[in-house]
Write a protein of this length. Structure first.
Lengths: 354, 399
């Protein structure tokens, strides 16, 4: 019995961490925030490390790892708020395509030649009058808050939880960048006017499988981002002096840090188990994913706020850059379902909803 | 990640299941007291089969098995699933016995361990004092050597089970001139010794879960000390750490969550089941997710005891803090879904769950405070877990 990461997973984590620390510093994040097109160079670097094909089978040019490995990587990228389309292109798109047994595009994705955006917002919980209709092999309508404004193609949900592939170059597709608080990932609106579409799946289970993997990776991303905010708070409190002592020696400040740590540390086991349960297809996998996702939304939000407070006025400024983590955590909370919606799904899975 | 216990343990589990099936009808009844024949016989049977005092050597009355981390867990899982009586617990078994095994003299081991694990000797713990709570090391109950006897004077408080205990293990100040952590000794003595008065301390639940214990010229033989003079603090600390995590086991919290689910499916509000109220349901799901995190945290801790290379220092430190707060909130939800009925207590005919929702809600507030308050836990987490500095000491008064 061993509950924890394997040596290989530890090495994977270390190598990704080393790369993003060197190549994707806070300066790079700031540059991408100013010009979203710059995220392609980050993604190219990560793709060369194998991240684009992380969970794609070796027969399709990928690395062939599982979702627990993906969770480990997502946590690392979250820790360093690495910009780019990891969640959409490397996790959700391959999971959706593999679940639908549509494998012909996997090789391009694995090679880093094809970024795939994800437009599932209307299936998760439509807020506005968006929606897609189908006529023959054409799609019409609007999809909001699609992940990745620079993707080469999109997986778009159609009526009855169906799933379509639309090429970004299609003349029927108009794409508009939607500005959000989080500048480390891009979001867009898709307008479809007789856009040519390929049916990927018409079984709701496919969409669900992709969503589960996405929510799990997202929880791991929040875990990493929150851990980094906690670490920064402890370091800052150990340096900042007031009343002739470091503020880390004040019980009020120590207790804020202890509360962050005590809420965050058990999340690590929950996230690891969620990734493991998805990989193994355990019976409780979906329930664990929902709880991991919703719980991390809450805990990470608490850490984001508290760490900012420990930093005092500096935490509120752009100088320290802490707000990039705050906003990444804020975006994770809403994308793929807000915690209330995800918890309601947890209740539904247990047949507690009439 | 490998969560299987392996074939050896599957065989062991089958063995435990067979024992449970064969004996479930012979366990003591809820009304049988700790001194009853039924309870004592049950305890002897559990020990003889290795389901209690498993690793305690046979010479001292235990089962004498080799240490193993998984097997006790399997026993706990199977007994819990069948709601089988797990035998005696209490501070003599969980706290004193490990100390005697490690630090007691051969005579002490022979004299106390067998009787303690068989439930023939019930112990209480004399640590806290009115003036020494979170700052336990400032305790002032003193023991002075007079010939071959210690003479003890002072007062203890929060002493669970003192009113039914045969003996006490007690921290007393023996070297008043030494620094506070180095002047304490760990004594054992009979609660029937002249000069001991036990007064029950009624708490907010209405029960007397604790006592005050007063010592006036209590004379105790000199050799009833564990460890050396002045080393009592080290002796006590070795077992306090053991107590903390066990105050709030996550599996018990999940069992309680399942109890709230059943309650919400049965109770109605204006004709609608409580589970169909989306606000109550969301609170339930929130708590379930938090308990789930603590369950996997617990598995991680178990695994780290087997695989020594895993660093789980912080994961272990947070269990008491988070676990007790969580239980308090779970019990609170049980009360809230009942509304006015949730106020029922003691002999109220509308009582649900034997009054346990209100009782546990209050009891766990007691545990948030007891066993090292939440604030002390946060000091420990920030200092030993996160490496933050201690609060600077104030200059002593008059200096």
């Amino acid at each position: 019995m061993e509950f924890g990461l394997s040596q290989e997973q530890g090495l994977l984590q270390d190598s990704i961490a080393r790369f993003v620390k060197d190549q994707v510093s806070l300066e790079t994040v700031r540059a991408v925030a100013a010009d979203p097109n710059l995220d392609q160079s980050v993604w190219t670097g990560l793709s060369e490390l194998g991240l684009a094909g992380l969970i794609i089978p070796e027969t399709h040019g990928g690395v062939g790892l599982g979702l627990l490995d993906a969770v480990v990587v997502a946590e690392t990228l979250g820790y360093h708020i690495t910009p780019g389309p990891f969640l959409s292109t490397a996790i959700m798109a391959p999971t959706l395509l593999m679940a639908a047994n549509k494998t012909d595009r996997l090789a391009d994705i694995a090679a880093g030649r094809c970024r795939v955006g994800i437009a599932l917002s209307e299936a998760i919980g439509a807020r506005l009058d968006a929606g897609i209709s189908v006529s023959g092999d054409r799609l019409n309508g609007k999809a909001l808050f699609a992940l990745d404004a620079m993707a080469d193609a999109y997986l778009v949900n159609g009526p009855n939880q169906s799933l379509y592939w639309v090429d970004s170059k299609d003349s029927g597709l108009t794409r508009t960048l939607l500005t959000t608080i989080d500048k480390t990932r891009t979001i867009c609106e898709l307008k479809l006017d007789q856009a040519e579409a390929v049916l990927i799946a018409d079984a709701p289970e496919v969409l669900q499988t992709g969503l589960d993997a996405g929510r799990m990776a997202q929880a791991a991303d929040s875990l990493g981002a929150a851990q980094c905010m906690l670490d920064q708070a402890v370091v800052y409190a150990g340096q900042r002096e007031q009343f002739n002592r470091v503020i880390a020696s004040f019980q009020a400040v120590k207790h804020m840090c202890a509360e962050m740590a005590s809420q965050l540390e058990p999340c690590r086991a929950l996230v690891w188990y969620g990734g493991h349960a998805l990989s193994e297809g355990n019976d409780n996998a979906r329930l664990t994913v929902c709880h991991a996702n919703a719980h991390l939304s809450e805990v990470a939000q608490f850490v984001a706020r508290t760490s900012t407070e420990v930093h005092g006025g500096m935490g509120f400024t752009d100088l320290v850059g802490l707000h990039y983590w705050f906003k990444r955590i804020g975006a994770n909370r809403q994308l793929l379902g807000s915690p209330e919606l995800v918890r309601e799904e947890a209740a539904r899975i247990q047949m507690l909803v009439a | 990640m490998d969560l299987s216990y392996g074939p050896e343990y599957n065989a062991f589990r089958a063995e435990v299941q067979a024992f449970v099936a064969a004996n479930i009808d012979q366990q003591p009844k809820p009304g049988d007291g700790p001194r009853s024949q039924a309870v004592q016989a049950w305890q002897a049977k559990l020990i003889a089969n290795g389901y209690h005092s498993r690793t305690i050597p046979r010479d001292y009355g235990g089962y004498g098995a080799d240490p193993d981390i998984i097997k006790p867990r399997i026993i706990a899982e199977e007994f819990s699933a069948a709601q089988m009586n797990t035998g005696f617990s209490g501070q003599g078994i969980s706290m004193l016995t490990p100390v005697l095994l490690e630090l007691g003299t051969e005579t002490q081991k022979q004299q106390f361990i067998r009787k303690t694990i068989h439930g023939e000797l019930i112990w209480c713990q004399g640590y806290s004092e009115p003036g020494a709570g979170s700052d336990l090391a400032s305790l002032t109950t003193k023991a002075e050597l007079d010939g071959d006897e210690w003479v003890i004077n002072g007062q203890k408080i929060w002493t669970s089970t003192a009113h039914i205990s045969d003996w006490i293990f007690c921290l007393v100040r023996t070297e008043p001139e030494a620094p506070k952590h180095q002047g304490i000794s760990f004594l054992l003595f009979d609660m029937n010794t002249p000069g001991i008065e036990v007064r029950p301390l009624v708490d907010m639940t209405g029960a007397a879960n604790f006592n005050e214990v007063f010592f006036t010229d209590v004379r105790v033989p000199k050799d009833q000390i564990v460890g050396q003079r002045g080393q009592g603090w080290q002796v006590a600390n070795a077992i306090l750490g053991h107590e903390r995590g066990s105050l709030a086991p996550p599996d018990a919290a999940m069992a309680r969550i399942n109890g709230v689910i059943r309650l919400m499916q049965q109770e109605t509000i204006s004709g609608e089941r409580a589970i169909d109220n989306p606000i109550f349901r969301d609170r339930l799901m929130k708590l379930q997710g938090r308990v789930m995190a603590m369950q996997y945290n617990d598995m991680r801790l178990l695994s780290a005891r087997i695989n020594k290379n895993q660093d789980t220092k912080l994961a272990g430190m947070v269990v008491k803090l988070i676990g007790t707060e969580l239980r308090h909130e779970i019990e609170c939800l049980g009360i809230d879904v009942l509304g006015e009925i949730g106020l029922s207590y003691e002999d109220n005919p509308y009582l649900r769950g034997n009054g346990s929702w209100q009782y546990q809600y209050m009891y766990f507030l007691g545990l948030i405070i007891g066993g090292g308050t939440s604030q002390i836990q946060k000091n420990i987490i920030s200092e030993r877990g996160l490496g933050m500095p201690k609060e600077p000491k104030l200059a002593a008064p008059g200096v």
